[in-house]
Design a protein around this ligand. Structure first.
Ligand code: SAM
Length: 224
């Protein structure tokens, strides 16, 4: 599915979100800034897609960033985008459920709008935990449940009716943009996701609602 929409993915992300998605990714980088500032730190961006978060992390400091995704056409766009900005970073083709990295490799790991697409959220967390160093931080950016009733109603109409229509027209794949609201509706809400992170073994699990809870940023730490 992501191979089909790769060419239009960035355009539609920014258009359909009114560029709010860029602000959300910058917030992830800001939250991890103490780690990103360290030139000896390694940060893994899982399900990196076309590399927007990887790039935001790269711009956030001195840390070495590694992007991973299993969709080659998305990665190809990430590679050329990063080189357009004058950077080069490793983009690895691999599975988030079987990460090709040794245990305890990274100071931080991120996953933006990727967790929802995994066949098992629990298995995804298990892998993220495994590759983090003790004390390492995980940041999960994902669509969530708006807390405000009015915003929730308006957003629901937009997300379930208009977005599949425009997304389908521009990308040529209505099913991919129908999948988006469908997958969000089956995804755990803020509290449930935080509980899953704790159950997976993360500690200091917190979350922050973004844009009234349309998205949320969950953070956790691998225990020592
Ligand atoms: C909605 S995109 C998000 C891309 C990017 N993180 C962003 O913020 O725009 C979801 C990405 O997850 C990737 N993905 C889904 N399941 C995966 C898996 N099991 N392993 C690796 N990547 C996966 C897809 O290929 C796609 O690029």
């Amino acid at each position: 599915m992501f191979a089909t929409i790769a060419a239009h993915y960035d355009l539609l992300n920014h258009l359909l979100s009114g560029n709010i998605d860029k602000r959300w990714r910058r917030l992830v980088a800001k939250t991890l800034s103490p780690i990103l500032a360290r030139s000896d730190a390694q940060v893994l961006d899982v399900a990196c897609g076309t590399g927007d978060l990887s790039l935001a992390l790269l711009k956030g400091g001195e840390a070495r960033i590694v992007g991973l995704d299993f969709c080659r056409p998305m990665l190809d766009i990430a590679v050329s985008k990063v080189s357009r900005f004058g950077f080069s970073l490793p983009f690895v083709e691999g599975d988030a459920l079987d990460l090709p990295f040794a245990d305890r490799s990274f100071e931080a790991a991120t996953i933006a709008f990727g967790l929802r697409n995994l066949t098992s959220v629990e298995a995804g967390f298990k892998e993220l935990l495994r590759v983090l160093k003790p004390g390492g931080r995980v940041a999960v950016l994902e669509f969530s449940r708006s807390q405000a009733p009015l915003l929730r109603s308006i957003f629901k109409i937009y997300f379930t009716k208009l977005l599949p229509l425009f997304g389908g027209l521009i990308s040529g794949s209505k099913s991919a943009y129908q999948y988006l609201p469908d997958s969000v509706s089956h995804f755990p809400n803020q509290k449930e996701l935080a509980d899953l992170m704790t159950q997976a073994g993360f500690e200091e699990v917190t979350f922050r609602n973004l844009t009234g809870g349309i998205a949320a940023l969950h953070l956790g730490t691998r225990p020592y």
